[in-house]
Design a protein around this ligand. Structure first.
Ligand SMILES: [Zn+2]
Length: 264
């Protein structure tokens, strides 16, 4: 296998999910910062992204793209400031923004004066492929969520991993995602009908079905936080036989860990 293909690192700027956790900032919010073989991509810049990223010396002017899974505030609140930072206040026309159509149309999440700072804006659609530098990603299926939402499967020179963004559980999630690493937004401990979010039993089902080398839980709502995500992850590891990790604010996950994972 391609054991030495490293250089793919994911930084969890925050791990808070949904309204209360994000509003209280008990956990930070801010999304995922991907550095994939030198191509830097920001996913879901929720509130505080600019603070969490600068604090960690991650430079927005190195970003090649910003991707929004959907328009909800906890995934998009800092998109304007991050576009401004990516383009050095508009002095450098660079970087691309990817978002579902409903984040760009009737009530856009991005200010119109910032749009011209970007190299381009691309609309995410179901079952489409996109590329950013040497990275490609697909948005395999539209999620069941109150606004238009997509997760992503990323392919780099050495790795394939999935980000399963907000959704109610449905079988298509298991059919459409895959890869060595699965990042899952787990908002609730138990399924709770009015809310279109994944719960811990949903995550277990997805992990059991897809059998990644590693699964990382993030985007915790209050019930998950109270139940101690690291204990949930430990329990899921024992129950599924797959290594499950609960993300921490600021955690850096180096995907080269996945290459050694299969040695044992
Ligand atoms: Zn949402």
């Amino acid at each position: 296998m391609e054991g030495k293909k490293s250089g793919d690192v994911i930084t969890f700027l925050g791990t808070a999910g949904a309204r209360i956790m994000v509003a209280t900032q008990i956990l930070a919010s801010g999304g995922l910062w991907l550095n994939l073989g030198g191509t830097e991509i920001l996913v879901d810049p929720g509130p505080g992204c600019i603070v969490q990223s600068t604090k960690r010396k991650l430079r927005a002017d190195k970003l090649k793209a910003i991707i929004l899974s959907h328009r909800h505030l906890d995934h998009s609140a800092d998109v304007n400031i991050m576009v401004e930072a990516m383009t050095q206040g508009g002095l450098k026309r660079r970087g691309r923004l990817f978002a579902p159509a409903d984040a760009l149309e009737t009530e856009p999440v991005i200010f119109s004066y910032l749009k011209g700072y970007l190299e381009g804006i691309e609309v995410l659609q179901e079952d489409k492929s996109y590329s950013v530098g040497n990275v490609s990603f697909t948005t395999p299926i539209r999620h069941i969520h109150s606004v238009e939402t997509y997760g992503m499967v990323f392919r780099t020179a050495g790795h394939t991993f999935s980000y399963i963004a907000d959704s109610r559980y449905f079988d298509g999630l298991c059919q459409k995602y895959g890869g060595e690493l699965l990042i899952i937004n787990v908002v609730m401990v138990e399924p709770n009908r009015p809310f279109d979010h994944l719960s811990v039993p949903d995550a277990k089902r997805i992990i059991t079905e897809l059998k990644p080398k590693v699964a990382i839980l993030t985007h915790f709502g209050m019930t998950v936080w109270r139940a101690k995500p690291w204990e949930i992850a430990q329990r899921l590891s024992e129950e599924t036989g797959i290594k499950v990790i609960s993300a921490r604010d600021g955690m850096r996950f180096d995907l080269s860990q996945l290459d050694t994972e299969e040695a044992d």
